[in-house]
Design a protein around this ligand. Sequence first.
Ligand code: 13P
Length: 254
Amino acid sequence: MAARPYIVGNWKMNGTRAMLSQARAIDRAAQNMMKVEVALAPPFTLLHAVHREVEQIGVGAQDCHPGADGACTGDVSATMVADAGAKFVIIGHSERRRDHGESDELVARKGVAALQAGMRLILCVGETEETRDDGQAEAFVTAQLKASLPATLESPAESLTVAYEPVWAIGTGRTPTVEDIGAMHGAIRAVLVDLYGAEEATQVRILYGGSVNADNARELLSAKEVGGALVGGASLTAESFLGIVVAAAEPVES
Ligand code: 13P
């Protein structure tokens, strides 16, 4: 695992102000586990409240619109989420690609907007089960990555995290083998080295996401080239999320 593992909770469409106590508890515990970088991506409605509630952990948004402002009812711009306290934005999550028809090209434009607003990116990629069964997973994910990277990204070491989230592993309790994760992360790293050079690319953390929990985190985080985890369901309570943070703080040697 990379020098400082990065554990990010994606709350998805979950959480009202009642959940602020969970964010507080996660933040307090993270203050005693400085070996791990911890962050939360709450829904837009809680972004500013979580930002005000925490001292140590990072806070980010789950999406942003590619435009600056204007007549886009219901949308939220990168400048707005940055103003609410977001330091990063998740782009290209498979649920947005699936439910909102987001193309690689749109994801890349969202990345441009987020960088312009001074935020870091967590760019998600991942194959469906059908694509994996066809033996096309690496070809698909590497092509998706190349097409989703924002054209204006100059320093990936500073601004980019990639999250490999196989669609079939999200919320299903199923996970790839440690070998399969290592192979995919190696392929992602090779793309980054090719595009940005080894010095920049080796500093980019590549997270694994999909059914990570406190019981399997230690093993999943031991896979080659895994720099942390993007966690959905298990990030919704401080207890289960902190189990993953503890696992990241004390990795097994692979
Ligand atoms: P789960 O951890 O619930 O499988 O979700 C993973 C995910 O999509 C995080 O972005």
